[in-house]
Design a protein around this ligand. Structure first.
Ligand code: DQA
Length: 143
């Protein structure tokens, strides 16, 4: 199984950025844990602060991978381009957030991309990514 994790803007600062909200661990350190936990699943990782690069990565993997786990960061709330990229591809996308966006500022309550995703996982810290991977694993086992 081939899964692409895509992280959007400011998520390169995990571990340093607002640790009370996003925790103390870098994504790279967590990725090691994920790869061990979900072995032999191939987990690819991409992060960008640039909207168009996120769109290009979604297009690149969106016809061949088994799943995309997308944390679009702040673009979740603003990006029609990312919404359209998800609508254009065949690979199912799970939207994840580290924090519980519904317990935060009102501008975070609206996601432009959820309607094109399989579902949304929000508020479980970095384990939001594990829950999304578990979904893809169970889906594969069921087929
Ligand atoms: C986030 C929530 C977004 O509102 C925010 O802009 C982020 C991170 C999360 O993972 O909790 O950058 O997607």
């Amino acid at each position: 199984m081939k899964i692409q994790i895509i992280n959007g803007p400011n998520l390169n600062l995990l571990g340093k950025r607002e640790p009370d909200v996003y925790g103390n661990q870098s994504f790279e350190a967590f990725l090691d844990t994920l790869r061990k936990r979900f072995s032999p699943t191939e987990i690819h990782y991409f992060q960008s602060n640039i909207e168009g690069e996120l769109v290009s990565k979604i297009q690149e993997v969106g016809f061949s991978y088994d799943g995309i786990i997308l944390n679009a960061g702040a673009y979740t709330h603003t990006s029609v381009a990312i919404h359209d990229a998800i609508a254009a591809i065949k690979t199912p996308v799970v939207e994840v957030h580290i924090s519980n966006v519904y317990a935060r500022e009102e501008f975070r309550h609206k996601s432009i991309i959820t309607s094109k995703c399989v579902g949304i996982i929000s508020g479980f810290g970095l384990e939001s990514y594990s829950l999304a991977l578990t979904y893809f694993m169970l889906k594969l086992q069921a087929t």
